[in-house]
Design a protein around this ligand. Sequence first.
Ligand code: GDP
Ligand code: CA
Length: 321
Amino acid sequence: MQRIVVLAGGIGGARFLRGLQQAAPDADITVIGNTGDDIHLFGLKVCPDLDTVMYTLGGGIHEEQGWGRADETFTVKEELKAYGVGPEWFGLGDRDFATHIVRTQMMAAGYPLSAVTEALCQRWQPGVRLLPMTDDRVETHVLIKDPEGDGQKAVHFQEYWVRLRAAVEAHAVVPVGADQAKPAPGVLDAFAHADVIVFPPSNPVVSIGTILAVSGIREAIADAGVPVVGLSPIVGGTPVRGMADKLLSAIGVETSASAVARHYGSGLLDGWLVDTADAGAVPEVEAAGIRCRAVPLMMTDTDATARMAAEALTLAREVRA
Ligand code: GDP
Ligand code: CA
């Protein structure tokens, strides 16, 4: 059985995984999920990226939105607002709240996040093994221009992304705690036993970049001795959805399919898929020592996404040969 390990953020990672499951129905898939976006709200631990993967693969996702639960209601949020209790900018629905209550309760009882995630997945049966990148606390902070002065200040990633809609200038992105964090149980083993490692079209800075920042993970991938292939989250010079370009600028990387590949580098990546719109970037990526192909990379539906996943697996076989 083919063992595939995928590093994943939220929406981009989750949608890709659904296509991968269709393209490789017999594969054993392990997902290493980003937890740098995690935040405490109303006393509850919220893990947006893990939940997006779990809900998407488990059939509970709000399809159009890409995150949160289908058939959601917002009574708790309205009641909190009536008490004047915020923040209001982070939308948690009633169904979603239950997930965070269960998670927080289990963690208060002493279970690590990896065990809690496994327990939540018993309900959702995502068909993959979903592991948080670490059980330790890692929090992505963004250094922005202080709106009330000339200086800079660090804000939680969610505050920058959701409340400020990435509309303020970002100077740096810091995965606080990542260098002290240990990979969660099973993570290093998954790389060691993988047949192929895939970087889906997830955010290269705050999803894949954060996972790679956890101590030992980058090295484990580079040393795994198996093909590592990625799919560009940038198509035609723009992130297909979201504001990843703002974060790429903050870390000094151009918003292009080729620049993202070169940012990961040939020490990590063996193969890279760009969209057909970026076919012109292929020679540049190959000159950087990364095998590159141009194929359609728009996840318009599961069939199209499954074709992308199949192309990634084909490229992995090619770079191995
Ligand atoms: P998040 O945590 O919800 O932001 O999700 P991810 O980090 O997993 O993925 C977000 C990235 O997915 C965005 O930065 C987009 O560039 C990328 N993305 C979204 N839809 C598509 C698509 O259809 N095709 C490609 N190639 N990339 C996409
Ligand atoms: Ca995310």
